[in-house]
Write a protein that binds this ligand. Sequence first.
Ligand code: IMP
Ligand code: MG
Length: 179
Amino acid sequence: MNPIRIKDKQFAVSIPEADILKEVDRVAAEINRDLAGKNPLFLSVLNGSFMFTADLMKRIAIPCEVSFVKLASYQGVTSTGKVKEVIGINEDLTDRTIVIVEDIVDTGQTMQRLLETLGTRRPREIHIATLLLKPDKLKVDLDIEYVAMRIPNDFIVGYGLDYDGLGRNYKDIYTVVND
Ligand code: IMP
Ligand code: MG
């Protein structure tokens, strides 16, 4: 079904938009039910989650706020090398109900880093909503309450996710085709 090529790789549609949106509907309904009255602050992690965030927020019917953060990689001065810093948190998180909105949880290391950083800002509670989860790759013990879809280990693009910066614009999710 509509194969595409990005650089050296070929991809084919694996999750059509309609199937994605059905699961986004379900996750939104769960959040509307669970977090009513808590004025949650959704923290969307750029760049990958921009499309998921837009579709999710259109379906959130309870009073809430939304803001965007980014993880900046920089070369640390210590021997540990790459350090990821969370940038863009301008809100006071004290006593807030936070919902982290991610595109994909793979090993879980990115999410763990986010939780550590946000935890120092004294929020009341932190929930996790992810579009995708690769359960077989998860290395960290995480309580991920809201998962739109669980997928195998294959590399995917589309609906916000990229291969080397490309492919974020596709409305469907594509999986790499082994050749
Ligand atoms: P983690 O820290 O290992 O959980 O990795 C999470 C990050 O890896 C995501 O935010 C994505 O940027 C990237 N990633 C993991 N799997 C994929 C994939 O299949 N396609 C595109 N990006 C991915
Ligand atoms: Mg991400």
